[in-house]
Ligand binder design. Sequence first.
Ligand SMILES: CC(C)(COP(=O)(O)OP(=O)(O)OC[C@H]1O[C@@H](n2cnc3c(N)ncnc32)[C@H](O)[C@@H]1OP(=O)(O)O)[C@@H](O)C(=O)NCCC(=O)NCCS
Length: 190
Amino acid sequence: MIELSTQRLVLRPFVMDDVDALHALWGDREVRRYLFSGEVPAMERVVGIVEDSVRSFDSQGYGFFSVRLSAAPEELIGFTGFRPFEDGDEVELLFAIAPPHWGRGYATEATREALRFGFAECGLSRVVATTDTPNQRSVQVLQRLGLFFDQRRERHGLDTVYFAMTVEEFGATQAVGRAGEARNGRVGVA
Ligand SMILES: CC(C)(COP(=O)(O)OP(=O)(O)OC[C@H]1O[C@@H](n2cnc3c(N)ncnc32)[C@H](O)[C@@H]1OP(=O)(O)O)[C@@H](O)C(=O)NCCC(=O)NCCS
């Protein structure tokens, strides 16, 4: 099974055993406000999202990861990853962290690793992310990760900002972060 790790976190593809913890995460008032338009998602919907992710890892190589602290991996504290974007052939990036763990850089750390995986190991060429315009915490994560503002328009009746990143743009963020390696020609995600 795929398992990704960062300095402080472990990322594991969703499994059915995650359903209860995801229901609790996505049902949290602060999380569902932006991810589910304020509604507590029905358990069947959570099961469907997990099933879709499992199928997507099988067929496409990508999907959603649970996010856990390396020091306490039994507790799911968030999620990050990808799903197909609407009807097109683009891929959408989504993430959330449980509120008690906000403000410590976990969303950025987990999602940076998910992007590396998507671009370097799944062959993604472009990733799209949308967020409600008032969700500035999310906008800040996207900007910190190096995604670029694409457009602002109404989506599902909500004022929405679109961000995107190509594999080349992601490679540039890696090269800036690891200039020494870049000089040695070891940075590259193609
Ligand atoms: C958006 C969301 C994921 C942000 O979570 P987060 O873990 O707080 O975000 P980050 O990883 O970027 O953390 C950044 C904060 O941690 C601080 N921080 C502390 N230690 C840090 C470290 N070691 N590294 C980086 N940042 C650190 C930063 O200074 C920053 O603080 P600030 O918000 O006061 O500027 C979270 O608010 C959330 O789950 N919202 C609901 C769901 C949602 O909106 N999802 C996005 C739509 S797809």
